[in-house]
Each structure stands twice: as structure tokens, then as C-alpha cells.
Design a binder for this molecule. Structure first.
Ligand code: 17S
Length: 822
């Protein structure tokens, strides 16, 4: 750079800084009406967020204008969950404002990190599925793809978890109480959504058979837009979240019969739809309100897209199917199939055949689970009451589909019964996964094994019918949040050693591999990990009172609490280590801190009991002086996105220990790998691909594989395994003898009888010996820090494949057929 350019450049930087400084002051004084003396954190957060937001808005409007003007195909990601967490630091990093923000905060004597902590997590999701949607939006913006996210603006997100006497207590998450500086209400784009009522079949003036959905209760869908900034690329995409509101007539017409106050109160019925996120992550409870949420999202979003289409194309839908794509995040938005049919046929006079070919051109479905209890089925009775017109359309889709199948398999009534969209019986149900498959051109699983099992098992008949529909898209995570943002020390070390390219293209991370052999580099690697461990030590101390030591192995399992994820297996190993300590068998034993965190669905009693067990085991072990230097166990309350941002940089051993065949992919496993943790895991979900990329010498493998699980089930005798293995026997004796439940004898019997049950679906005892042995290998590897750090570096170096940029690149090319908007 020439001297003049250089000084002009630094002039500009100074101006940005001055302006930002003054804008924070201006927002404090005028936007928030705050007095200049003694500024509190929450005010400073808001003023800064608004100042940063102002800088997003210009790029956002330009991106929208480019989108609107472009004739290119567009994608809509429909999801009941977007677990985006905090937005401030993300916006600051993506706009490259970090330096000026830091300087402008210094006048108030605070650090960016402190102010960022003031922001509530946007907890609009349960777990992996919702967080994946958030990582995908980040990657779409990074890749400048024309993708809009559509979701719900829940007033209450995922509950806050407290632990009281070892048990989980849920508190509401009123995250919008202090306002949300990142959202923009768009009153001009409100839509109306129908519920209840009945259908009327009639003939139009020109004699065409038509259907009217009348007598319905309408609810207003009000959109709130959130900016999704790309990484320093001038792109800001949109996440549109719908809020339910009563329509004006709601109180006037329908409730005129009642009194004024009852009429106003009745508005609640409509506004309840987006009041709360359902907090289960793997099973639908069949509640009407949940189906209302699903249809509300789908109808408002499809109307939104159609209204935009009509603005530029009029009522010509011939190109609609090739110009638009809707990606369904699991079956939760599967009503999009019949709803798009309804909108095209009833509201836009398209004929059935044309409408159906449009739908099958633009719908794509992602499956996230093989668990049978998670497969959505809605009772026909509920459906016909709430969405009568949709049910008629589903019946018609089914009749035509079954006729097609009957032609391919003449005389095979069994296959018709198996693939029908309606599960027959005394209480018939709509099978939402089948509806999504029949109505889509693409069906994908989220990891190699998962997709294979979908084709061979759950969706076998459909795979036989349409083999080309099925494809795999192994999940990924965004390295911008899950490495660069949450692990700044590692980010700086990486940039210094291999350059900055990995931030936008993680395949560059492989350049790190040669550094594993460099002793000086390994030492710097170790120093970064120690720093991150110190940060987590403080968090653990603050939240639980327990003091971790930074020389111990940080052994971490954080995820939703579920039997198939086998937190219980982890606890059994902790008990085993404690038993060895008590027996003095500690030769060669490293010091270890086990951290477990996660929320249990409020109605999932066994999961809640597992939380209680973790807490009670931790009480006993942490209070026993004999264990003091060797073992600590902690349950970290209220696991969430912002907690993972502190946890994954500090983790050294990542527990991915689900029963093989049960975890569709996992994404926490990828965040840990990126940050240099080694995985101890089964051959399940994306663990298989993690091991392939890292190399089996850099992965602690144990347990049955999916095929082994299937055969073991037929002849499983856990009691014999226990009796034949003295170490396992002692674990069970301690559990059953009440060592961890002195004050409440027998409270864990449901867990211990489950472990001993030959029909235990999770085969915990079958994998326990192999798990203990793998943990022993991890123990021994940790005793050689040079070796451990080499493996750690190689894990990070092999994590390139697990970027959501790679995943989204594949969606764009292989499913959506969209290109970046230039
Ligand atoms: C997860 N699925 S969270 C898989 N389903 O378990 C992970 N939620 O293995 C995978 O990595 C991740 O998806 C991303 O692909 C999840 O009612 C299902 C669900 C959520 C809510 C609900 C019912 C079911 C409220």
C-alpha cells in the first residue's frame, strides 16, 4: 500500500470508530432515553446492538433488492426451530467491526465479551435439529445463496433448567421481555391463516368444480425479520419468524355475542399459537396446539412466497416449480405438501395435475431420526376438525398414489397397506413422513449410516418405488461460530500458522496437519487449551461450586438427555473409576473431570431420573476426599448454545456414545473435533465419518455396530454379562446398594432394572466392558501429553469435511440446483 492510501485507509478506520462511538452514545441518550451517568450493561448492550444493526441494514436492503430482481431459483428453509443463540458478536465479527467496537466500549470501561454476555440466547429450538437450521442459515449467507429461513417467533423459547435437590426444575424463558434489537416487524406483509370450519363443494360460473373452506376462524400471521449476515461479503439474508395475532374481526364478529371483556380475552386463543416452543426433542405428543403451530408456519410462509410470485409473474405458475424450492426440516412442516396444493387449486385456480407436478418439483424433505416414537402421526379426527380442507386433499393425494402403486404391484394388498398415507385402525392417523416423501422430489438423511438405514429399513418400500429420490447430506457446523468466535486464542494461532482462508473454506484446515510434528507448535496448542480450560473452570465453579483442576482430563458429554444417547453409560464408567479409587486400584490413573449437561423433556420421567442420578453421583464423589485429586463429576445446569461456546473449546474428550443406529448424525461431535477434542464413540451417525477423517488411531472406538446391535437384541442377557464381570458387578452393587441414594433408598431402581432387562433397547450393559476398556486407552494416551496433543491437532486438521458450508454446498448443487447471487 502506498503512503497516501495507507493514511486514507487509517482515516477511514478512525472515522468508522468515531462514528460508532458517537452512535452508541446517541442510541443511549435518544433511542433508549438513558442518562449519561453510570451506564449499566443492559443499556450498553442495547445501544451497541442497535448501532451494529444499523450497519447491517444497508447490506440487508441491497441483498433483498438483488434477490427480488433476480430471476434465479430461490430456496425456503421451513423449520419449526431455529436455535440461533446470541447475535451481537456474530454480527460484529461478520461486519469486521471488532476493533472499532472494542475501542468504542473502552470509553465505558468494558470489554466486548462482558457486553455480549448481556444478550439472552434466542432459544427457539430444542437441540440438534434447531441448531442445524441456524448453522445452515449462516452457511447460506456465507455462500451468498438466495435462501430465506421461515420459522415461528415463540414468545417463550426453550425453558431454563435449574437443579433443585438434584432434580431438574423448568422455568419459563421470557426472552423477549426486554425487547429484541435484531427483529423488524413487517406489518405490510401480514397473512391470514384458516382453522376449523368446513368445506363446500360448488361449481364456478364456468362450470368448474371448486371447493370453498368456510366458517373458519382466521388467525393473523405477523412477520418479524431477523438479519443473517454473511462473513464480510456484503450479503445479509433473512430469517422470517411469524407471530400469531387475533384478527380484528376476532373480537368484533365472532365474539359480539359475548361481552367486551370476554371478547378481548378470546384474543388469547389465537395468540397462544406462537406462545411457547414445545420442549420435547424426539416425540410428538399429539397435541392440537402443536399441529396448529405447524400449519400456521406452513400456510403463512407459502402464502408469502406465492404473493411475491404473483407480484412479478401474475397468475402464471408454469415456472413456479422450477424457480422455487422448499426444504422441509423434518416432517414438522410436512403440511406444506397439501397446503401448496390447496393454495394453487382453491385460491389460484390451478388444476390438480399441474398443481401436483409443481409440488413434486419444489418440495424436499430431510429426515432427522429413525426412532419410531419420533415419527409424526396425526389423528384423522383431529385433522378433519382443525384442517378439514387439508385432510380432503391428503385423501386425494393418497388415492392417486395408491392407484399408482397398485399398477406397479398388482394384487399386492399388503404393500398398499404398508405405504398408505393413512394408517388404518380404530383411530386412523395421517403418516406425515410418508406424506413428505410422496410430495417431494428429494428425501435425505443426515449422515451416511443414517441414510443407509432409512433406505434399508424405515422407508424401504419408498426406496424400492423411487430409488433416485433418496440421498445423503452429512451434517456440518459453522466454523465461524464454533471455532473462530468461541475459541479466539485458537483462531489466532491458526491464522498465524496457516492463514485465514479456513474461516470461509474449512478444507484449508488440513494445512494444519504437518504442525502436529512440531514440538514448539504442540506447546502453543497446549497453552491455548489450558487457557480455555481455565475459562470453563470458572463457569463450572460459578454454576455448581465444584472446582475442576486444569491438569485433569476434561471429559465432556453435553446434549439432550435421552436413553439412546446413554448418559447412563457415562455414569456407569464414573462409578467404575470411583470404585477403583476406593479399592486403591489407582496405578496409572490420570486425574479426570467429567462434565455432563443437557435438558430433559419435562414429561420424560426416565430422562429426569438420569439427571437426578448424575447429580447424586457427583455429590458423593466430589465430597469424598479419597477421590479429590483423581475424579470430579459435575452436572452443568441449563446447557444451551452460549454454554457450548465455553464448553467445546475446553473439552479434551468428547463423549459420543449412543447405541449404534440411533443417533442420526450428531453435530456436537463435530464442534468438539474442530476444537481439538478426541472422540470416544460408537460407530453411530457422523461418528463413523469423523473416525474416517481423523484416522482410527486418533479416535477411541468401542461398542457394537448397528448390525451387532440388531443380532445382540435377539439373544441379550445382561444379567449374565454382569455376573461374569466382577468390575461391572461392583458398579451394579454400588448403584443397587444405595451408595448414591442414601436419603431416598430405591429411587434409581427404574434405571437399574432397565439395565438388567433383556429387552433393554439401548443395550447399555452390552457395551459397558468395551466402553471401560476404551476409556482406559484414553487414560493411557493422556499420560503422554505429546502424543495426546498430536492427536488433538490432527483431529482439528481433519475437521474440514464437517463444515456446514460443505453440507450446504451439497444441498445447493445436488438438491436445490441454486447458484450464489452475485
Ligand atoms: C436430531 N434430531 S433434534 C438428531 N429431532 O437426533 C441428531 N427432533 O442426530 C442430528 O444431528 C440432528 O437432528 C440434526 O440433524 C432432532 O416436538 C425432533 C423433534 C423436535 C421437536 C418435536 C418433536 C421431534 C416439539
Amino acid at each position: 500500500m502506498t503512503a497516501t492510501l495507507d493514511s486514507r485507509f487509517s482515516d477511514t478506520c478512525q472515522k468508522i470508530l468515531d462514528v460508532l462511538e458517537r452512535e452508541v452514545e446517541r442510541h443511549l441518550a435518544y433511542t433508549l432515553g438513558h442518562d449519561a451517568t453510570a451506564v449499566e450493561g443492559p443499556y450498553l448492550y442495547r445501544a451497541l446492538a442497535i448501532a451494529v444493526r444499523d450497519r447491517l441494514v444497508t447490506e440487508w436492503r441491497e441483498t433483498r433488492a438483488r434477490m427480488a430482481a433476480s430471476e434465479q431459483k430461490k430456496v425456503y428453509y421451513l423449520s419449526l426451530e431455529f436455535l440461533i443463540g446470541r447475535s451481537l458478536s456474530n454480527a460484529v465479527a461478520n461486519l469486521d467491526l471488532e476493533e472499532s467496537v472494542r475501542k468504542s466500549l473502552h470509553q465505558f470501561g468494558v470489554e466486548l465479551e462482558e457486553i455480549a454476555e448481556e444478550e439472552q440466547d434466542a432459544g427457539l429450538g430444542n437441540g440438534g435439529l434447531g441448531r442445524l437450521a441456524a448453522c445452515f442459515l449462516d452457511s447460506c449467507a456465507n455462500l451468498q445463496l438466495p435462501v430465506v429461513g421461515y420459522g415461528l417467533r415463540y414468545e417463550y423459547g426453550m425453558f431454563h433448567q435449574r437443579i433443585e435437590n438434584g432434580r431438574q426444575v423448568e422455568n419459563p424463558d421470557h426472552w423477549l421481555r426486554d425487547g429484541n434489537p435484531w427483529e423488524f416487524e413487517r406489518t405490510e406483509s401480514a397473512r391470514r391463516v384458516h382453522f376449523y370450519g368446513h368445506t363446500e363443494h360448488y361449481r364456478s360460473e364456468d362450470g368448474i368444480a371448486k371447493v370453498r373452506w368456510s366458517g373458519c376462524h382466521d388467525v393473523l400471521a405477523m412477520p418479524f425479520d431477523l438479519p443473517i449476515p454473511g462473513y464480510r461479503n456484503g450479503t445479509v439474508n433473512t430469517l422470517r419468524l411469524w407471530k400469531a395475532l387475533a384478527t380484528d374481526e376476532f373480537d368484533l364478529d365472532e365474539f359480539n355475542a359475548g361481552s367486551y371483556t370476554e371478547a378481548v380475552a378470546a384474543k388469547n386463543m389465537a395468540e397462544q399459537i406462537t406462545m411457547v416452543l414445545y420442549p420435547n426433542d424426539s416425540s410428538e405428543n399429539g397435541k392440537e396446539l402443536r399441529l396448529k403451530q405447524q400449519y400456521f408456519l406452513v400456510s403463512a410462509s407459502l402464502q408469502d412466497v406465492l404473493a411475491e410470485w404473483v407480484k412479478t409473474h401474475g397468475e402464471d405458475f408454469s415456472e413456479f416449480g422450477s424457480s422455487n424450492c422448499f426444504q422441509l426440516n423434518d416432517t414438522h412442516p410436512a403440511c406444506a405438501v397439501p397446503e401448496l396444493m390447496r393454495l394453487l387449486i382453491d385460491e389460484h385456480d390451478v388444476e390438480w395435475e399441474q398443481a401436483w407436478s409443481i409440488v413434486r418439483k419444489c418440495m424436499a424433505y430431510t429426515n432427522h431420526t429413525l426412532l419410531p416414537e419420533a415419527l409424526e402421526r396425526w389423528s384423522v379426527r383431529l385433522f378433519s376438525n382443525l384442517l378439514p380442507r387439508l385432510l380432503e386433499i391428503i385423501y386425494e393425494i393418497n388415492a392417486r398414489f395408491l392407484a399408482e402403486v397398485a399398477e406397479q404391484f398388482p394384487g399386492d394388498a399388503e404393500v398398499l397397506r404398508r405405504v398408505s398415507l393413512i394408517e388404518d385402525g380404530e383411530h386412523p392417523h395421517v403418516r406425515m413422513a410418508y406424506l413428505a416423501i410422496v410430495g417431494s422430489f428429494s428425501v435425505n438423511g443426515v449422515a451416511g449410516l443414517h441414510t443407509k438405514l432409512l433406505k434399508e429399513g424405515l422407508f424401504k418400500d419408498f426406496h424400492t418405488l423411487w430409488p433416485d429420490k433418496f440421498n445423503n447430506k452429512t451434517n456440518g457446523v459453522t466454523q465461524r461460530r464454533w471455532l473462530a468466535h468461541c475459541n479466539p486464542k485458537l483462531r489466532d494461532l491458526l491464522i498465524e500458522s496457516i492463514g485465514p482462508e479456513w474461516q470461509t473454506d474449512l478444507s484449508h484446515i488440513s494445512k494444519l496437519a504437518p504442525f502436529a510434528a512440531d514440538a514448539g507448535f504442540r506447546d502453543r496448542w497446549r497453552v491455548v487449551k489450558q487457557h480455555n480450560k481455565q475459562r470453563l473452570i470458572q463457569t463450572v465453579k460459578r454454576e455448581t461450586g465444584v472446582e475442576f483442576s486444569d491438569s485433569a482430563l476434561f471429559d465432556v458429554q453435553v446434549k439432550r438427555i435421552h436413553e439412546y444417547k446413554r448418559q447412563l453409560l457415562n455414569v456407569l464408567h464414573a462409578i467404575h473409576l470411583y470404585d477403583r479409587i476406593q479399592r486403591g486400584e489407582t496405578a496409572g490413573m490420570i486425574s479426570r473431570c467429567i462434565l455432563i449437561g443437557g435438558k430433559a423433556a419435562p414429561g420424560y420421567h426416565v430422562a429426569k431420573l438420569i439427571v437426578k442420578l448424575v447429580n447424586d453421583v457427583s455429590q458423593v464423589i466430589n465430597n469424598d476426599p479419597a477421590a479429590h485429586d483423581l475424579l470430579k463429576v459435575v452436572f452443568l445446569p441449563n446447557y444451551r448454545v452460549s454454554a457450548m461456546e465455553v464448553i467445546c473449546p475446553a473439552a479434551e474428550l468428547s463423549e459420543q456414545i449412543s447405541t449404534a443406529g440411533k443417533e442420526a448424525s450428531g453435530t456436537g461431535n463435530m464442534k468438539f473435533m474442530m476444537n481439538g477434542a478426541l472422540t470416544i464413540g460408537t460407530l453411530d451417525g457422523a461418528n463413523i465419518e469423523i473416525r474416517e477423517h481423523a484416522g482410527d488411531e486418533n479416535f477411541f472406538l468401542f461398542g457394537l455396530d448397528a448390525a451387532g446391535v440388531a443380532t445382540t437384541r435377539t439373544n441379550y442377557r445382561p444379567n449374565e454379562i454382569i455376573a461374569a464381570d466382577p468390575e461391572i458387578e461392583r458398579i451394579m452393587q454400588m448403584l443397587e446398594g444405595g451408595v448414591f441414594s442414601r436419603s431416598e433408598p430405591g429411587i434409581f431402581s427404574m434405571l437399574t432394572t432397565g439395565l438388567r432387562n433383556p429387552h433393554d433397547p439401548w443395550l447399555t450393559i452390552a457395551d459397558l466392558r468395551s466402553f471401560i476398556d476404551a476409556q482406559k486407552r484414553a487414560n493411557d494416551a493422556y499420560r503422554d501429553p505429546d502424543h495426546w496433543n498430536t492427536m488433538s491437532i490432527l483431529n482439528t486438521a481433519s475437521s474440514g469435511w464437517f463444515a456446514s458450508d460443505r453440507t450446504i454446498g451439497q444441498y445447493a448443487e445436488e438438491i436445490w440446483n441454486v447458484k450464489p447471487l452475485s
